[in-house]
Design a protein around this ligand. Structure first.
Ligand SMILES: Cc1ncc(COP(=O)(O)O)c(C=O)c1O
Length: 407
């Protein structure tokens, strides 16, 4: 069965609004079932963690269910290795501080010029604290791909960690993370993957990638504002967690110090349930992981087609310059998150112009500062248009029609 965007759209109350939501990379809309799960948590199960009474046990059961759902989403077998937190940035700061305790002066780490700063600054700050050298993997500015030769050249037995984004939140480039992880491991380095922008578009397969850590953020994959992190058990048990003393030393609690947003975590489980439903809607059966894989296969095929349509149309606009992969034969190397600059208008002016027409896009650097600096587009950045599986060709046409007015 074919994926139908109308089927998806019918689940999202926000999409009833007469507007074109192309702001997904900054946060997707949420299905009704996510809203219901959050409200039902408060109505029925609201209690703190670890009590010996019913609401607390129910609350813990909801968290455990959401954690098992996340393990299926991330493609890992062990839910105890899945940790929730405020957001990806906060989790990464916490983990970088813990991981850095094993670094010595003279060691090196690597970050990339393509990443969101949340996968750069936590590592740079931790490296400064420990007297460790930071190396930056360069990009090919012409298509915004990572320079793999530069990666190999800078990697050495001194490299302790390589932090890589799976997919760029600015220009949509997909990085060969499994291959890079293998190369980094051969040099003895740990690999930390940022799958925040990967998660709404493509299946995550942390076990197959063999990464040491991978993180994502539920508000990008149709859920609420909660960060999710997976780490290999050996690391989660060995590394020192910065936590309060009464917080248990067992997994996953030792990495979740402080009270969690349990209602939102219920919403994370519901978001993953919605995604399994996408799999079911295209005829996939089996367990939750099988349905998620089916869902992402359908989403990827649909988004590839829609993204190619948008890139082809943008190419007809003389004032627009798309940064990143534009060759329609290379759609498999990107997701439909597209950034462009305009010859006559600043990114903020374009976003404002589109916003007045109820077409929601972002301008600036969207925290992908290493990239906008490398491309030389600071301080104004670019205009970012992000397609998700609930967007349609009619919406793309509306965007192009509006941009034609600026030609
Ligand atoms: C690729 C990427 N990584 C990390 C982040 C930071 O995530 P959070 O807002 O959960 O801290 C974002 C947010 O936009 C992102 O797009």
């Amino acid at each position: 069965m074919k994926f139908r965007p109308e089927w998806a759209r019918s689940h999202f109350p926000a999409l009833d609004r007469p507007a074109v939501f192309l702001d997904g990379p900054a946060g997707s809309q949420v299905p009704r079932s996510v809203i219901d799960a959050i409200s039902s948590y408060y109505a029925k199960h609201n209690a703190n963690h670890g009590g010996c009474f019913r609401t607390s046990r129910e609350s813990d059961a909801v968290t455990d269910w959401a954690r098992r759902s996340c393990a299926d989403l991330l493609g890992v077998a062990d839910p105890e290795c899945v940790v929730f937190g405020a957001n990806m940035t906060t989790l990464t700061f916490a983990f970088s501080r813990a991981i850095a305790t094993e670094w010595q002066p003279g060691d090196e780490i690597m970050v990339t010029r393509l990443d969101h700063d949340a996968n750069v600054s936590p590592w740079v700050r931790a490296a400064q604290d420990r007297g460790v050298t930071v190396r930056h993997i360069a990009i090919h500015p012409e298509d915004c791909t990572l320079d793999q030769d530069d990666f190999r050249r800078q990697l050495s037995s001194r490299t302790k960690l390589v932090a890589i984004g799976c997919v760029s939140n600015a220009v949509g480039t997909r990085n060969p993370v499994a291959e890079m992880t293998k190369i980094a491991h051969e040099a003895g380095a740990m690999v930390f993957l940022d799958a925040v922008h990967h998660a709404p578009h493509l299946a995550i397969d942390a076990a197959a990638w063999d990464c040491d850590f991978v993180c994502c953020s539920a508000y990008k994959f149709f859920g609420p504002h909660v960060g999710v992190m997976y780490g290999k058990r050996e690391h989660l048990e060995r590394l020192p967690a910065y936590k309060v003393r009464p917080c248990p030393e067992t997994l996953p609690d030792r990495w979740m110090t402080g009270t969690q947003n349990f209602a939102a975590i219920a919403g994370v489980g519901a978001a993953i349930e919605y995604l399994s439903g996408v799999g079911r809607s295209v005829g996939v059966t089996g367990d939750r992981r099988a349905m998620l894989l089916g869902a992402f296969e359908a989403i990827e095929a649909y988004e590839r087609h829609l993204g190619a349509h948008m890139l082809a149309e943008l190419a007809t606009l003389k004032q627009v310059k798309v940064h990143g992969i534009t060759d329609l034969k290379r759609m498999g190397e990107r997701v439909p998150t597209v950034s462009f600059t305009h010859a006559k208008k600043s990114p903020a002016e374009v976003a404002e112009f589109l916003g007045e027409r109820d077409i929601f896009v972002w301008s600036g650097n969207y925290y992908a500062l290493p990239l906008t600096e490398a491309l030389g587009v600071e301080p104004h950045g670019m205009v970012r248009v992000g397609l998700l599986h609930y967007n349609t060709a009619a919406e793309v046409n509306e965007l192009i029609h509006a941009l034609r007015e600026l030609e």
